[in-house]
Design a protein around this ligand. Structure first.
Ligand code: GLP
Length: 241
């Protein structure tokens, strides 16, 4: 039994996701939020910024953990997920920078950085984890082949992901080949998971995740093992269901 909401378009789906985040933080101002990057959550973050501007909410007490980061990009590189988060959300929504947890993609020792992040993460329980989904079913940067027991680690990106999520400023052959990501087990540790998928390109991975048995070839299918996951889709992403 899945909790699935299908809305007419990306705008409506993003509004529904923003509302879930707002209610969580209203009920628990010091909530721990797990956050995602990519094109999909941008509208969600814009709505959170609006809510702050309208005095409807404060994120000052919230703690955040991001899912992943490219290896080799410093936080000042515009294509890093750290820069994305500051630009799309943190700097405009009153987050406390001491409560923001990001992976340092430029760390000299990537394995040590993954271990540092893993140690931080185990000291917290994520109240609400926001997810997008890759065209190949990846969540975070857990590519096909990732087990449901995977933890924070350095991963190699598939060519499909390198191309699909190609940062705007970088030529395809310069896209980082490695990343650090929270594992699937880390994601499943969250109390509540909200996964947003919009557009036809996500329809197949949404179908596989919701209609086929959990399997490492479609990482998002492992969400079936969690009791509190809400899928929020637009009609295009839901069109194979
Ligand atoms: C990246 C991120 C994921 C994100 C996915 C989909 O690979 N690591 O967290 O969900 O891309 O991105 P988009 O929303 O741009 O399709």
């Amino acid at each position: 039994t899945f909790n699935v909401t299908i809305l007419p378009n990306a705008e409506a789906a993003s509004a529904a996701v923003a509302d879930k985040i707002l209610s969580r933080v209203r009920a628990k101002p010091a909530a721990v939020l797990g956050l995602a990057t990519g094109q999909t959550p941008r509208r969600v973050y814009a709505k959170l910024i609006d809510a702050v501007a309208n005095g409807e909410i404060s994120f000052a007490h919230a703690t955040t953990f991001n899912l992943d980061e490219y290896c080799g990009l410093t936080c000042s590189h515009a294509d890093s997920f750290a820069a994305y988060m500051h630009r799309e959300l943190f700097d405009k929504a009153g987050f406390d920078q001491h409560k923001i947890n990001l992976i340092d993609g430029a760390a000299a020792d990537e394995k040590a950085e993954a271990d540092r992040y893993a140690r931080l993460l185990v000291q917290h329980t994520v109240d609400l984890q926001l997810l997008g989904i890759g065209t190949n079913g990846h969540i975070g940067f857990n590519e096909p082949g990732s087990s449901s027991m995977s933890r924070v680690r350095v991963v190699e990106l598939s060519e499909e992901t390198q191309a699909a999520n190609r940062p705007t400023l970088i030529e395809l052959d310069q896209v980082p080949r490695h990343a650090i990501t929270m594992g699937i087990a880390d994601i499943l540790d969250a109390r509540e998971i909200v996964i947003l998928a919009t557009g036809q390109a996500k329809a197949e991975s949404v179908y596989r995740s919701l209609r086929e048995a959990p399997d490492d070839t479609c990482p998002a299918s492992h969400l079936a093992g969690h009791g509190n996951v809400h899928w929020i889709l637009d009609e295009a992403a839901a069109n194979l269901l």
